[in-house]
Ligand binder design. Structure first.
Ligand SMILES: C[C@](O)(CO)[C@H](O)COP(=O)(O)OP(=O)(O)OC[C@H]1O[C@@H](n2ccc(N)nc2=O)[C@H](O)[C@@H]1O
Ligand SMILES: Nc1ncnc2c1ncn2[C@@H]1O[C@H](COP(=O)(O)OP(=O)(O)OP(=O)(O)O)[C@@H](O)[C@H]1O
Length: 303
C-alpha cells in the first residue's frame, strides 16, 4: 500500500488540503527487561515503521473529527474526545495558545485497533506533525517530543517514524542508520488483545536486553535476519495463551516460501513476516486475503 507523501493532499482528498501519514509501529524484537515501581514494564525493542498506516488530514469542509475507513467502527464507545487525534490536537493547542476549535480533522482508520501496531499512537503523532506545520509553530523538536510522551509511551517514537532501538517504556530512542529495503507483511486474525492482560500474564519480567546493534545498522537483509534470530518478542507466549489465533497466524506465515522470518508485534495480535523483496510481501498479502477473508493483511516496504 502506498501512502500519500507528507503534506500532500493527494488525489481524491476533496476538501482536505493537508495530509499526514500515521505509519504502523512494528516491534521486530521486544525484550521485557524489568518492571518499574509503578508497574510499567521496561522494554528493549527494535521498531520499524513500514509504509502501511492511517491517514490524518485537515478538513476544510467538516466540523470536529470525521472518522472513515475500514476500522472506523472499531473506535466507537467513548466518542470524539477520547480519540487520540483530538487529544493530540487539544494538547498542542493548549501548549501553544491556539484554539483547537479552529481546526477540523479527518482520520482514515486503516490499521486494526488494539492490535500491537500502535495505530492510536501513530495517529496522535501524525496530528502533532500536521498541526505543527499547519500552525507554523515556532517550537522546538524537544517540546513536541515532551508533548508526545504525555499522550503515550509509543507516541515519541511514532513522531519520528524511523527505525530505532527503544528502551525504558519507550522514552529512550536511538535511531538506526540503515535498514534493508525488504518487504513486510502484517497479518491480524481479527481478535483484539488487551495490552495490560498480556503484561499481567508474563511469567518472567527480567529477561536479558537485545544483543548489540551494529553502528551502521543493517544494510543487508541477511544481517538483519541473523540478528533477529538471536532475539524474541517476550510478549508472544503470553499473548498466544490469551488469543490462540496468533499461533495460527504465525504457523501459516512460517509455512510460506517467501516469508524469511515471522513474529508477533507488540502485545499482539498482529504478526509480521519479512520478505526479501516488497513484491513478495504483496503477493503473499493477496494469497492470504483469498484464503483467510476475515483476516487483515497489508504489505509494504520495511522502512
Ligand atoms: C507493548 C508495546 O506495544 C510496545 O511497543 C507498547 O509499549 C504498548 O503501548 P500501549 O498499547 O500504548 O499501552 P499503554 O496504553 O501505554 O498501556 C496499557 C497498559 O499496559 C501495561 N504496560 C504498558 C506498557 C509497558 N511498557 N508496560 C506495561 O505494563 C500497563 O498496565 C498499562 O496501563
Ligand atoms: N485514533 C485512534 N486509533 C486507535 N485507537 C485509539 C484511537 N484513539 C483512541 N484509541 C484507543 O486507544 C486504544 C489503543 O489502540 P491502539 O490501536 O493504539 O493499540 P495497539 O495497536 O495495541 O497499540 P500498541 O502497539 O501500542 O499496544 C484502543 O483501546 C482505542 O480505543
Amino acid at each position: 500500500m502506498l501512502l500519500p507523501a507528507k503534506g500532500d493532499g493527494g488525489p481524491g482528498t476533496g476538501g482536505l488540503t493537508a495530509v499526514e501519514t500515521a505509519r504502523a509501529k512494528v516491534n521486530l524484537a521486544l525484550h521485557v527487561t524489568g518492571q518499574r515501581a509503578d508497574g510499567y514494564h521496561l522494554l528493549d525493542s527494535l521498531v520499524v515503521f513500514p509504509d502501511i498506516g492511517d491517514v490524518v488530514s485537515i478538513s476544510r469542509e467538516t466540523q470536529g473529527l470525521t472518522v472513515t475507513g475500514p476500522y472506523a467502527h472499531a473506535l466507537g464507545g467513548g466518542g470524539e474526545d477520547d480519540n487520540l487525534v483530538v487529544r493530540a490536537a487539544k494538547l498542542l493547542a493548549e501548549a501553544t495558545g491556539r484554539d483547537p476549535r479552529s481546526i477540523s480533522l479527518a482520520l482514515e482508520k486503516i490499521l486494526p485497533v488494539a492490535s500491537g501496531i500502535g495505530g492510536g499512537s501513530a495517529d496522535a503523532a501524525a496530528t502533532l506533525r500536521l498541526l505543527r506545520r499547519e500552525w507554523a509553530l515556532d517550537i522546538s523538536d524537544a517540546t513536541v517530543q515532551q508533548l508526545a510522551l504525555q499522550l503515550g509511551a509509543d507516541v515519541p517514537m511514532c513522531l519520528l517514524s524511523e527505525p530505532a532501538r527503544v528502551s525504558g517504556i519507550g522514552e529512550n530512542i536511538e535511531l538506526i542508520r540503515n535498514m534493508p529495503a525488504c518487504g513486510i507483511l502484517l497479518v491480524n486474525p481479527g481478535v483484539g488483545v488487551s495490552t495490560p492482560e498480556v503484561f499481567r500474564a508474563l511469567r518472567r519480567r527480567d529477561n536479558p536486553p537485545l544483543p548489540g546493534i551494529p553502528v551502521a545498522g543493517f544494510a543487508e537483509f541477511d544481517a538483519l535476519l541473523g540478528w533477529l534470530s538471536q532475539t524474541r518478542n517476550d510478549l508472544e507466549p503470553a499473548a498466544t495463551g490469551l488469543a490462540p489465533e496468533i499461533a495460527e497466524v504465525l504457523s501459516m506465515l512460517e509455512g510460506q516460501e517467501e516469508a524469511a522470518f515471522a513474529r508477533m508485534s507488540g502485545s499482539g495480535a498482529t504478526c509480521f513476516a519479512l520478505t526479501r523483496h516488497r513484491a513478495e510481501a504483496e503477493e503473499l498479502a493477496g494469497r492470504i486475503a483469498a484464503s483467510h477473508p476475515h483476516w487483515w493483511a497489508a504489505a509494504g516496504k520495511l522502512s
